[in-house]
Design a binder for this molecule. Structure first.
Ligand code: C2E
Ligand code: MG
Ligand code: MG
Ligand code: MG
Length: 283
């Protein structure tokens, strides 16, 4: 009887599971068709020095517009691509595109560090290092203008292998940042051992600033930790002046958020950074 009930219970949930599986398979299929068709693009969100107000870099963020589905947010398609393995192809495309864009900006005299998000499966590919090295070589981008955003989940996977990989990337001259810092459940020990340059304070801790006492405490603790380890700190998801002001006073180095700008196409990014006089002349 118990068994029967168990089966009945399973059957009860099954239709929903199938719908979800089906829609994930459809998304995956649409992505695989959409990439060669040019349905994906990268937008760039400015990273701003809190003290000087200068734009020092840009985070490349994937955008996907499908003919039938319309605009699909990364929060929807990235997990599907990670599950199916398509993220390896997609991530490689992002790497090539972002490095190419960074190299064009570099040739135009800009010193913007371009950050890309790297998924665990992509990072674990045996040829990941070669892919990064080759993207740099082909584009001519100085390695220190490329930053890889890694999540804590990557770092806890296989510590020895990860450490070797990070060291090889660091030797290339590429920079590494930990994305969504504080949301993972890894030990802090890796911060000491791994060649990481920057911590990105997750948006969820910026949200409640400056009034939420827990967020205030967490952000201060991250800044102290970063100082002790010689790491830079950037805050993401900054939407208000009060948040920006708090972060500046707390000793955070950079910020990123709608307060300054959302992610925009490369041309719009450049245009917003062109001094008015220069823009006048070129018009
Ligand atoms: P993330 O790397 O933590 O990127 C930051 C997200 O916060 C972006 O969402 C950005 O648009 C959003 N954001 C920035 N400023 C603000 C703000 O002031 N307020 C609010 N509410 N949101 C803000 P997006 O573009 O939807 O990307 C979501 C996530 O998808 C990213 O989180 C990243 O984990 C993933 N993702 C995006 N592009 C890529 C990619 O090329 N490769 C991989 N592997 N993952 C990507
Ligand atoms: Mg990121
Ligand atoms: Mg993030
Ligand atoms: Mg985040």
């Amino acid at each position: 009887r118990v068994k029967e009930r168990g089966r009945a219970g399973f059957r009860f949930y099954q239709p929903q599971m199938n719908v979800d599986l089906l829609s994930r398979m459809k998304l995956d299929h649409a992505m695989r068709q959409g990439l060669p068709r040019g349905d994906f693009s990268l937008h760039y969100q400015p990273q701003v020095d809190l003290r000087t107000g200068a734009v020092v870099g840009a985070e490349a963020l994937l955008r996907w517009r499908d003919e039938e589905l319309g605009q699909v947010p990364p929060g929807r398609f990235i997990p599907v691509a990670e599950e199916s393995g398509f993220i390896v192809t997609l991530g490689d495309w992002v790497l090539t595109q972002a490095v190419g864009q960074a190299a064009r900006w570099h040739r135009a005299g800009r010193r913007w560090v371009v950050s890309i998000n790297v998924s665990a499966l992509q990072f674990q590919q045996p040829d990941f290092l070669e892919r990064v090295a080759s993207a740099l070589a082909v584009s001519g981008l100085p390695a220190d203008l490329l930053e890889l955003e890694l999540t804590e989940s990557i770092l806890v996977h296989d510590v020895d292998e990860t450490l070797a990989r990070l060291k090889a990337l660091a030797k290339l001259g590429v920079r590494m940042a930990i994305d969504d810092f504080g949301t993972g459940y890894s030990s802090l020990g890796y911060l000491k051992r791994f060649p990481i340059r920057k911590l990105k304070i997750d948006r969820s801790f910026v949200n409640g600033l400056p009034s939420d006492e827990s967020d205030v405490g967490i952000v201060r603790a991250i800044v102290h930790l970063a100082r002790a380890l010689g790491l830079k700190v950037i805050a993401e998801g900054v939407e208000t002046q009060a948040q920006r002001q708090f972060l500046l006073e707390a000793g955070v180095d950079e910020f990123q958020g709608f307060l300054y700008s959302p992610a925009v196409p490369a041309e719009a990014f450049e245009a917003s950074q062109t001094p008015t006089a220069e823009r006048e002349v070129s018009r």
